[in-house]
Design a protein around this ligand. Structure first.
Ligand code: RP5
Length: 161
């Protein structure tokens, strides 16, 4: 089966953060396709990617970018697939707020589900939750994942005593 989650990023320098999305998704045994697609440096590639993602079987796009972070919003404007935006604190970001606001403050009509600064892990989990809507086995795995976090908190509490 073709991967149903795409992870794209504005630069390979975003990968150390975006890899956290890839890693958590891999823990659930789900494949991804990943690509560097820049809104500014490769705009035509971005248009082609966004316009063909659905026909290639992609269901969710995770897009990370930093600074003038236009990639998630522009991709969202070129597809009807859900887009999860990951603001990256990159070398051209002043303090991260530029990345956050560039991705978060979308105009009405073109939503981007924006996670926290460098929040690629949560982007991966959110993408899995979207797939789980129509995949009961994934839903079950997500329930086990949450239960294991609760157990870990209980254990950490006991370790305090
Ligand atoms: C953005 O510019 C990229 O998403 C990256 O976060 C940032 C810096 O890119 P590089 O100069 O490291 O390639 O478009």
């Amino acid at each position: 089966m073709n991967p149903r989650i795409a992870i794209i990023m504005g630069s390979s320098s975003d990968y150390p953060i975006m890899q956290q999305a890839e890693n958590i998704i891999a823990e659930f045994g789900v494949e991804v396709v990943k690509e560097v697609v820049s809104a500014h440096r490769t705009p035509e590639k971005m248009v082609a990617f966004a316009k063909t993602a659905q026909e290639k079987g992609i269901s969710v796009i995770i897009a990370g970018a930093g600074g003038a972070a236009h990639l998630p919003g522009m991709v969202a404007s070129l597809t009807t697939l859900p887009v999860i935006g990951v603001p990256i604190k990159s070398s051209n970001s002043i303090d991260g707020w530029d990345s956050i606001l560039s991705i978060l403050q979308m105009p009405n009509g073109i939503p981007v589900a924006t996670v926290a600064l460098n929040g690629a892990k949560n982007a991966g989990i959110l993408a899995l939750r979207m797939l789980a809507i129509s995949q009961p086995s994934l839903q079950q795995q997500l329930e086990e994942f949450q239960a294991s976090m609760a157990l870990a908190v209980e254990k950490s509490q006991k370790d305090l005593l």
